[in-house]
Write a protein that binds this ligand. Structure first.
Ligand code: HEC
Length: 145
């Protein structure tokens, strides 16, 4: 049987195409892994947020005694725990167990460590995990007076 010379001349391209396909597949695998890592992080913060609202929201959402007392002690912009960016995981864990001023200590029965870890991670979540700020209106342009 005579091999079609046309087919043979395609061979280098075929292996090049295979190589490219392999590179693309590896690349896709990577971005898929990153995505699932991101969504695992997002799920963790979502769960932490739900636990925060369930276990701490009674005092730490708008209008709660925690919010009111923190506004008095630290000022309005540090009153809502979930919007603070100055709290660390360790501080939140410690305060939850020991209490502070008007806040009663929470035992491991009330809030197990596994829940507290998620709540603290949520409160101390990085800026990237917070909702994007509302878009600002464009600055007034010339000729719109
Ligand atoms: C019964 C009401 C109540 C509940 C429930 C409660 N807190 Fe508090 N919390 C307070 C009050 C009141 C303060 C403010 C005390 C003060 O004036 O220093 C406070 C303060 C704090 C602070 C200190 C903030 C700072 O800047 O020093 C942290 C952290 C905190 N709470 C975390 C939590 C977490 C996490 C939970 C849920 C597991 C929780 N709290 C549940 C009432 C509560």
């Amino acid at each position: 049987m005579i091999l079609n010379p046309h087919v043979r001349s395609l061979a280098p391209y075929t292996s090049f195409a295979l190589l490219m396909a392999a590179i693309i597949a590896v690349g896709l695998g990577h971005s898929r892994a990153d995505q699932s890592k991101d969504s695992a992080g997002a799920r963790k913060y979502e769960e932490g947020g739900n636990l925060f609202r369930a276990r701490c929201g009674y005092c730490h959402l708008a209008g709660g005694t925690g919010t009111i007392m923190l506004a008095r002690r630290l000022g309005k912009d540090r009153a809502l725990l979930a919007e603070r960016t100055d709290l660390t995981v360790d501080y939140v864990r410690k305060i939850t167990r020991t209490g502070i001023n008007g806040m009663p200590p929470h035992t491991r029965i009330e809030v197990p460590d596994s829940e507290l870890d998620l709540i603290a991670a949520y409160i101390a979540r990085p800026a990237a995990a917070r909702a994007a700020p509302a878009p600002q209106p464009p600055p007034p342009g010339p000729g719109h007076e």
